[in-house]
Write a protein that binds this ligand. Structure first.
Ligand SMILES: O=C(O)CCC(=O)C(=O)O
Length: 284
């Protein structure tokens, strides 16, 4: 199946570092995903906390390999993978998937960062990487939708540092300069919409100030031609078995199989060489 992107959405991704495809998943598909994510015991079991500077928490679960669960089938579906391959210019493989869960009032913020600020340190030589953020809930300004600096993908990789909260954030002086040139976009999306963003796109999100939860599923991909030169906590090139889109509904609410998803991450990761202000090495 070819990409679902119209030419103008692809140009938007290349120029601005992101594009949003409305109703990428239909109502039935997204309801299955929502229900599975709530009921799946493996998700509950492997949630870990990711704190922000106020001590507020985003719950996260991340896994490496897409299995036959509904999330794995979504991550391997022709429509998602072919679209990624169109955006990244060739074969891709699944780098990892994660759920970021911001509960009403409690869900924490994410500091400005580029995903390549992390992934560069994993031995990924080129920034041929991107993420599909799938809205499981309505994502709004109030509940902490993703914010993006449109066009920041063209800046290239910026230095990141380990923050006291344990998050890895970008040099904020650069962000301030970038804001003078680039538009800040609040990516408000509905369940079933997909926000595709490039690994050098600067992004952050606010804490959840509302009584509405904000859960998202993020599927991250690397270009096959960008096989990481270092062994690390995410997979090196592993051929991806695409599945027809119809398999999503057939998967129903099939839960994650912890034996086939590879390592679940057990805590936030940061490049091992980054130090925080007190000079302490992050030892993940
Ligand atoms: O879920 C969010 O608000 C942000 C997620 C994010 O920035 C990431 O996973 O890199």
């Amino acid at each position: 199946m070819p990409t679902v992107l119209a030419e103008k959405e692809k140009i938007q991704f290349l120029e601005n570092g992101y594009t949003i495809v409305k109703k990428f998943f239909d109502e039935e598909e997204i309801e299955l995903l929502q229900r599975a994510s709530i009921e799946d015991p493996a998700i509950r079991k492997h949630f870990y906390d990711r704190k922000d500077s106020e001590g507020l928490i985003t719950k996260m679960v991340a896994w490496n390999h897409p299995d036959d669960s509904i999330y794995g089938v979504v991550a391997r579906s022709y429509k998602l993978v072919d679209t990624m391959e169109d955006l990244l210019g060739g074969e891709v493989y699944h780098y990892h998937s994660k759920i970021t869960a911001k509960e009403p009032y409690d869900g924490g913020a994410w500091e400005w960062h580029q995903d390549y600020g992390y992934w560069y340190n994993n031995g990924c030589l080129f920034p041929h990487m991107a993420t599909a953020m799938i809205a499981l809930d309505k994502c709004t300004k109030e509940n902490g939708c993703l914010q993006i600096l449109a066009g920041s993908n063209q800046i290239g990789r910026i230095d990141h540092a380990l923050l006291e909260s344990g998050q890895v954030g970008v040099d904020l002086k650069r962000v301030e300069e970038a804001k003078k040139h680039l538009k800040l976009v609040y990516c408000e999306i509905e369940p079933g919409d997909v926000l595709f963003f490039h690994c050098n796109t600067l992004h952050r999100s606010d804490k959840n100030k509302s009584d509405q939860r904000r859960w998202t599923l993020l599927c991250c991909y690397n270009a096959a031609r960008n096989n990481p030169f270092l062994e690390h906590h995410h997979p090196r090139y592993t051929p991806l078995k695409k599945v027809p889109d119809e398999e999503i509904k057939k998967a129903g609410e099939r839960f994650l199989n912890p034996d086939s998803t590879g390592a679940f991450l057990s805590r936030p990761t940061a490049p091992p060489t980054l130090k925080n202000k007190s000079g302490k090495l992050f030892t993940s």
